[in-house]
Design a protein around this ligand. Structure first.
Ligand SMILES: C[S@@+](CC[C@H](N)C(=O)[O-])C[C@H]1O[C@@H](n2cnc3c(N)ncnc32)[C@H](O)[C@@H]1O
Length: 354
């Protein structure tokens, strides 16, 4: 089936692995490329997605092909929150049937594909990662559905002409949640419906969202990961929307910003220009952050054993077995409880506008 696109997909960005994703034998599930496989989604086995056996190895491979740092390949996993939301939509097709649907932070396109199968009049899958757009394209073909693809960052604006907005595991990071929740509130204020799929990674707005359903998600992968995780589908409490918007704005404006800015001032006091400010922040993080610590990246446990400075960013050097991966500190998921010195990471993220 043809896949419509409102964006020039991957101009100049054709790594081998993504070219291969659109090959017919791959879409037919008869090929495995660089440990990417077309496999059934554990909670939604009627859908098949291109998924990585080992997302960390894939990430390193993609960066080597691209020759520069890339965001994590979120698109190569079926996230727990998205699995629950896709299951709910397929079991309750009336939530989207005949509607114009936006799947925001679509990743692999899992939720968008479920909405299309459930009978939506039209589905737009939106993700800012161009690799994700390529993967959604391949996954849509593999599942025989038609999607509109969008790589615009929609979170600071309003959306028009949409009846339902779906957000699967879109609250996975505090900086994304801080923009996603006000965006969803504006969507609801304009009269559209919102459904969120989330395993509660700590950024849910419990006062604003109410529970709809909970699922146990069988985890795939290594036997030691074969445990069941709970994930929920939630919807906004309509009476709380405006209240939440006001509170979210005030919180962002006041909470901790003065303290973070004082830390940035301390780190960059003698710095001229962005490069020297970055070096100043790196020095503080290196001095104060307690390493090693363990965290989970793309469902895989890694040990962060060192912080490093590159030409334009600060990176965490992670180890898993004999494999090493450098992850931009802006994207590194942090464990709970956070290691000592994490406040300097917060200061760096604030300085970087995250
Ligand atoms: C944790 S993944 C979830 C993917 C998918 N919904 C699922 O449940 O499997 C989050 C996705 O959000 C995307 N993302 C982050 N910021 C975004 C933004 N401002 N607009 C759209 N997508 C965004 C990332 O690229 C990533 O693919």
């Amino acid at each position: 089936m043809p896949v419509r696109s409102d964006t020039a997909v991957l101009p100049g960005l054709k790594p081998l692995v993504l070219q291969a994703l659109s090959a017919p034998e791959y879409a037919a599930g008869t090929a495995s490329i660089d440990r990417l496989r077309l496999a059934p989604v554990p909670l939604v086995p009627e859908l098949r997605l291109v998924m990585a056996e080992d997302a960390i190895v894939l990430w390193a491979r993609l960066e080597a092909e691209a020759g520069h740092v890339l965001p994590p390949p979120f698109w190569a996993s079926a996230w727990t929150g998205g699995q629950g939301l896709a299951r709910y939509i397929l079991d309750h097709p009336d939530t989207v049937a005949g509607c114009h649907v936006l799947d925001v932070a679509s990743g692999s396109g899992l939720v968008a594909i479920a909405a299309a199968i459930a009978g939506a009049a039209g589905v737009t899958a939106n993700d800012i990662d161009p690799y994700s757009i390529a993967a959604i394209n391949a996954n849509a073909h593999a599942n025989g559905v038609e999607l509109t693809l969008s790589s615009s960052d929609l979170l600071d604006g309003d959306v028009d002409g949409v009846d339902v907005v779906l957000a699967g595991d879109a609250l996975y990071h505090p900086s994304v949640a801080a923009r996603m929740l006000p965006f969803l509130a504006r969507v609801v204020a304009k009269g559209a419906r919102v459904l969120v799929g989330d395993p509660d990674r700590g950024h849910l707005a419990h006062d604003w969202l109410e529970w709809v359903a909970t699922y146990e998600v069988p985890m795939s992968g290594a036997p030691e990961d074969a445990q069941l995780h709970l994930t929920s589908v939630l919807k906004p409490r309509r009476d709380k929307v405006d209240d939440r918007r006001g509170r979210a704005t005030r919180t962002t404006a006041s909470k901790g910003n003065a303290a973070l800015e004082a830390m940035i001032e301390e780190a960059t006091v003698d710095a001229y220009g962005g490069d020297e400010q970055l070096t100043g922040l790196f020095t503080m993080i290196e001095e104060h952050l307690a390493v090693p610590f363990t965290t989970t990246v793309l469902g895989v446990e890694v040990s962060v054993y060192k912080i490093d400075l590159t030409a334009d960013s600060i990176v965490a050097v992670c180890a898993r077995g004999c494999h090493r991966q450098r992850i931009d500190l802006l994207d590194l998921p942090l464990p709970t409880p956070a290691p000592d010195g994490t406040a300097w990471i917060d200061a760096y993220r604030h300085w970087a506008g995250r």
